[in-house]
Design a protein. Sequence first.
Length: 242
Amino acid sequence: MAEKKPQTKKTEPAAILPLWRRVLRWIGRILGGVVAFYLGLIVLFSFLPPPGNIYQWQESWRLGGIERQWVSWKDISPDMARSAVAAEDANFCLHWGFDIEQIRDAIANGKQRGASTISQQVVKNVFLWQGRSYLRKALEAIITPVVELMWSKQRILEVYLNEAEFAEGVFGVQAAAQVLFDTDAAELTATQSARLAAVLPNPKERNAAKPSGFVRSHAAQIRSGAETIKADGRAACFETAD
């Protein structure tokens, strides 16, 4: 009886994916990597100070150095926190990253500025870059709700006050308090806080230590607004209970 030869199983070559599917696969991997990168940074900076941002590094190169010093929330004057919110985003405690009413008003009146919330500014300053490109605005719109979800309002404001520019090459409320008023962020008065908030968003053209008539007038309005949001509860989301 003839011995049967074992049958060898033929292996078919792996199917080659069409070019468009390979491109989509790589795009998906890249997008997944970007998402993972930003999520990692958002988690990391929820408890660690950001190391700086692109604009600060550019200014440091241009000026030969900048003034910047991180300070924790407990070492920031409550007047400064309320003044910043009154000046930049009075409804900070009422929205989840975007102030829809302000956006509608900005569109209706053709404003170039005014609809950007503190949360959006933090995302731009910490995670992105300056400028008005559609790509940056799109990334800002995606990242802002995630930051609002993962950070407390107090943390968002803490980071904002430590990253904002208050004079040319002077970043953060502690450096601003020392350079402009020879004091610490914790000791800022209501008037000093309002004047610091009044120089935003043009710290190179306005001076909190030597205020012009406009800065004085604007600071007075901000101080009144700070008192208002304290009284009506719009500061409750970031106020530290005694």
